[in-house]
Design a protein around this ligand. Structure first.
Ligand SMILES: [Zn+2]
Length: 824
């Protein structure tokens, strides 16, 4: 007995050691379940007026609702509201708390008793609605709303969760020249005796509260071709920017028609408006039929693909403007019609919208771009797991602030890749037929993961319990070790596959189909095998010694694989495999055989070829690991490529060649390159290549005309790298309200890098906790904590107590803890 126990003790210690080594864990936080409801809302009507200067809302709302059981009293969510009157049921009384209106009925009401409750109120909202002053005309405002994660109870007394859907009606009066855009159809627009114009919008089909929205501004409207010749599509931009709107949104009609066809389910809403708002709260938000975008979406053909902030340290970002536009359009099926039942299932909204943006890539740019978009998404996810040691299922119930459940790398990027993998498991025809069935079956209702699983089962007969267990309920991904031998006498290939990922809570062994591509001098073919055990051996007959054995070269799987190969095979693969396999081989080749002459020669050949752009860009980027004279020559070829993304790959490689080579060449690029994205990347690369340089060359680039001021963003970020205090006054000046939020964020970070104890910085950050620019509010709270600003305690406590937005109050609590730690 004792022996056994001692043995188990040894095993346990080994297990602990290995889990410390890898230490992947599940995130923690409060458990979220479906919120129980007392009533069902049928229709929600709001009549609103605003005092922009004082950020004040005055409203009358009428809610038609039915009790779901016998009710004597019930509550609406209403954060920080001053309630003036409540009517609709004779004898009803109310009590207001900091987060609710509690209504008491004179006698109990039953599920047959539909009520229409009227509430008059006013408030100065701490979230959900943002009053942004125009950067050029301080008398003008942009008012926009952002409801994701339960923020609307800050400006509307409402049921503030996703599991109730109802029609909505907004009547908003504004003085000219403002216009109001909201969900649904514009029923009426009339001038009142006080000169204000009332806009009356009706959203007939039911939707959850977070998708309610209004946008107010001095917008100009542009029309796109109606979808199917019937459904109106428009875009609204700040005055003077119509041409950029026409360019940015040029493909929206095709997107709506494509998704309708792909899922055999026509766009169900009456119209589609897209609004470009300066410093919009979040990248973009799919409010039903009326998507809000950051103004960085606006552009002409000279802009990079990026949406913002500019990707200055990578060839590309998963969030191109086109991807963001298609993502929000896609939500109108997945998210707005079928809505997660609580935020723990948010993947059913976000992973889908993120995969649909890749489907639009496939439709508009081809299969190579789809596979590359999936690869970029997986790269981001793998990096996140490596840096944060955090894994979780796509369905995940434990979180405190909503940002945690919206975690981009899991919910968006890994989620999209999981849906791509599911397509590989089922095959195209059954996959899209199953998703069409899922859409039709659950239209306008709430869904959980199981609903999707059952819909697939009903449509295809497949029980995917194992897949949902591995990828939806659990987290992580397989790490494969792969090797093969060619047995000439048996004319066969022996392939060994092991799963070596740590087995920890939330991550076990995985079951997956794998495509193996085999190339010989006379033919190329594919084998499909299933991997599910810790290790497996497969045998394929093969008459000649293979030139390449590629494991998941099409990149269908979310898996990391260690597959040691010689340089000859990697070169063959880099030139001939599918795009993900080629990129993988390019990375392996440059990392493992940097000084082998064949490496630079192969990369050079790929750069000069007409291969898919990302393969060429990756080859250019990989020259940074090679750094031989031949690599330098290949770099020159890449710097002259027509496609700016290939030149950008070369720019990102340059700092690795050392200051003597990098500095003059980057300065040349900055002066001469025709694309602002290449210039911007080169400015930051120049600072990284030589952090001790005189900042005057970079300072001369400030203010150069570019999409979204990306060159100025690069300069300000570069000053943060140079840490030269002579630039402090310049950096500070870019934190001003005249600049877009990404310029300002770069300035704040640079300021903190150069003068972390500056009292003026502390005051600026404190002021920014009141900013109408959501990203600045969040950044300021975080920085007050990391800079341990004692004077911020009272303000941070007020944010915690207001409890208006968990994405502010939870970080404020964390910042307070950091400040407290500093004082100990
Ligand atoms: Zn989304």
């Amino acid at each position: 007995m004792k022996r056994v126990i001692r043995f188990r003790y040894v095993v346990m210690i080994l297990f602990l050691c290995s889990s410390v080594l890898f230490s992947q864990k599940l995130p923690t936080g409060a458990f979220h379940d479906n919120r129980p409801r007392d009533y069902d809302i049928h229709h929600y009507k709001a009549e609103l007026e605003f005092d922009f200067e004082n950020r004040k809302v005055t409203g009358t709302i009428t809610i038609k609702l039915t009790p779901l059981r016998e009710l004597n009293s019930f509550s609406l969510d209403a954060i920080g509201m001053r309630i003036q009157s409540v009517s609709g049921v004779a004898g009803m009384t109310f009590k207001s708390t900091s987060t609710t209106i509690d209504l008491t009925l004179p006698q109990s009401k039953m599920p047959k008793d539909t009520m229409a409750i009227v509430i008059n109120y006013e408030c100065n909202p701490q979230g959900g609605i943002y009053f942004r002053r125009d950067q050029n005309n301080t008398k003008l405002f942009y008012v926009s709303t952002y409801g994701e994660g339960g923020l609307h109870a800050n400006w509307l007394p409402i049921y503030n969760d996703v599991n109730d859907k109802f029609s909505t009606e907004m009547i908003v009066a504004v003085p000219p020249p403002y216009v109001v855009i909201a969900n649904g159809e514009l029923l009426d627009q009339s001038t009142r005796s006080n000169g204000k114009v009332a806009y009356h919008w009706l959203q007939k089909l039911p939707h959850p509260n977070y998708l309610i929205s209004i946008y107010i501004g001095d917008f100009e409207k542009g029309d796109l071709a109606p979808a199917f010749g019937e459904i109106p599509l428009s875009y609204w931009v700040p005055r003077g920017r119509l041409a950029e709107g026409a360019y940015a949104f040029r493909n929206s009609t095709k997107m709506i028609e494509y998704f309708s066809r792909r899922f055999n389910y026509r766009y169900p809403w009456v119209k589609y408006d897209q609004i470009a708002v300066p410093d919009y709260a979040i990248g973009a938000m799919e409010h039903t039929g009326v998507t809000g975008h950051r103004a960085s979406v606006l552009r002409d053909a000279s802009a990079p693909d990026d949406f913002g902030p500019p990707a200055l340290e990578e060839i590309t970002s998963p969030w191109s403007a086109e991807a963001t536009i298609s993502h929000e359009a896609a939500h109108h099926w997945f998210g707005n019609s079928l809505t997660c039942r609580n935020l723990s299932y948010i993947w059913l909204n976000e992973s889908f919208a993120s995969y649909l943006m890749m489907l639009w890539d496939e439709e508009s740019l081809g299969q190579d771009q789809l596979r590359y978009s999936v690869l970029v998404a997986k790269d981001h996810y793998f990096r996140f797991v490596r840096n944060h040691h955090m894994i979780r299922g796509l369905e995940h119930h434990n979180f405190d602030n909503t940002n945690a459940i919206y975690n981009t790398e899991h919910t968006y990027l890994k989620g999209a890749a999981v849906l791509h993998m599911l397509r590989a498991v089922l095959g195209d025809e059954p996959y899209f037929r199953a998703l069409s069935h899922y859409l039709h079956k659950h239209e306008y209702s709430n869904v959980i993961s199981e609903d999707l699983k059952i819909a697939i089962e009903e449509a295809t007969g497949e029980n995917l319990h194992w897949f949902f267990d591995d990828w939806i309920a659990n987290g992580g991904h397989p790490n494969f070790e792969v090797s093969y031998r060619y047995l000439a006498e048996k004319k066969s290939i022996d392939l060994n596959v092991s799963q070596v990922q740590p087995i920890v809570k939330g991550q076990d062994l995985f079951k997956l189909p794998v495509k193996i591509t085999i190339a010989t001098p006379s033919r190329t073919w594919q084998e499909r095998v299933w991997v599910e055990n810790e290790s497996a051996r497969f045998s394929f007959s093969c008459n000649e010694k293979p030139l390449m054995v590629s494991f998941d070269g099409e990149g269908d799987l979310i898996a990391e694989a260690k597959f040691n190969k010689d340089a000859d095979e990697l070169i063959y693969q880099a030139k001939h495999d599918a795009v993900p396999g080629r990129i993988g081989a390019i990375r392996e080749l440059s990392n493992h055989f940097p000084v082998d002459n064949r490496t630079a020669a192969a990369l050079s050949e790929i750069i000069a070829s007409n291969a898919f752009w990302a393969v060429r860009a990756e080859a250019a980027l990989s020259l940074g690991s090679v750094r031989t004279p031949a690599a330098q020559q290949a770099l020159e070829v890449a710097l002259k490529a027509n496609d700016y993304r290939i030149r950008k790959g070369a720019v990102l490689a340059l700092p690795k060649f050392g200051v003597a080579i990098a500095e003059p060449r980057l300065k040349q690029v900055i002066t001469k390159d025709a694309h602002t994205d290449v210039v911007a990347a080169a400015i930051l690369a120049l600072a990284q290549a030589n952090p001790k340089q005189d900042p005057s060359f970079i300072a001369r680039q400030l203010g150069r005309k570019s999409w979204y001021d990306e060159i100025t963003i690069a300069c300000v970020r570069a000053f943060g790298v140079l840490k030269n205090v002579s630039m402090l006054a310049t950096i500070k000046s870019y934190s001003d309200n005249r600049y877009n939020q990404d310029v300002r964020l770069a300035a704040l970070q640079g300021w903190a890098d150069l003068a972390p104890a500056d009292k003026e910085l502390q005051k600026t950050l404190l002021d920014l906790t009141h900013s109408p620019v959501y990203a600045l509010q969040q950044a300021a709270i975080g920085m007050l904590g990391s800079l341990q600003v004692k004077d911020a305690t009272a303000r941070l406590q007020a944010i915690v107590e207001a409890d208006a937005d968990a994405n502010l109050s939870v970080p404020a609590r964390e910042a307070l803890a950091e400040i407290e730690r500093a004082q100990k």
